[in-house]
Design a protein around this ligand. Structure first.
Ligand SMILES: Nc1nc2c(c(=O)[nH]1)N=C([C@H](O)[C@@H](O)CO)CN2
Length: 116
C-alpha cells in the first residue's frame, strides 16, 4: 500500500498525568504514516487527486491544540479518529513523541496503528 508520511510535526497540547503538566501546553512531535492509494495522483500530477499533506498537518495541529488528555495513548487515538473522519484513508500509524520528559531518556513515545 502507498503511504503519505509526515515526520517530526511539532504540535502543542495539554497533556500529562500530573498537575504540573496540566498548567500549560506541552510541545509534542508527531510521526504519521497514512496508507492510501496514490496511483491517481501519480498519474495526474494533481493535488486534487491525493490527500494534501499540508491539510493533514494543519488538522493535526488544530486538533492537538484543542485536546486535553492525560495519556499520549488517548491523544494518539483522538488524532487518528479525526483523520479518519476527514480523509479517505485505509490505515494510519501515529507516533506521538514527548521529548525531554524523563531525565534518563531523550524522549518517550507511543505508536498506534488503526485500520478502517
Ligand atoms: N504509557 C504512558 N505512560 C505514561 C504517560 C503516558 O502518556 N503514557 N504519561 C506519564 C506522565 O504524564 C509523564 O509525562 C511524566 O512522568 C507517565 N507515564
Amino acid at each position: 500500500m502507498d503511504k503519505i508520511i509526515i515526520s517530526g510535526l511539532q504540535v502543542e497540547s495539554l497533556i500529562g498525568v500530573y498537575e504540573w503538566e496540566r498548567e500549560a501546553p506541552t510541545s509534542l512531535l508527531l510521526d504519521v504514516e497514512i496508507s492510501t492509494d496514490l496511483q491517481r495522483a501519480a498519474d495526474s500530477d494533481n493535488v486534487a487527486d491525493t490527500i494534501d499533506y499540508a491539510a493533514v498537518a494543519e488538522l493535526l495541529m488544530v486538533t492537538a491544540k484543542q485536546a486535553s488528555f492525560e495519556l499520549l495513548e488517548a491523544l494518539a487515538s483522538k488524532l487518528i479518529d479525526t483523520l479518519f473522519s476527514h480523509f479517505p484513508v485505509q490505515q494510519i500509524s501515529m507516533t506521538v513523541i514527548k521529548p525531554g520528559i524523563l531525565p534518563t531518556a531523550r524522549q518517550v513515545a507511543v505508536m498506534l496503528t488503526r485500520s478502517r
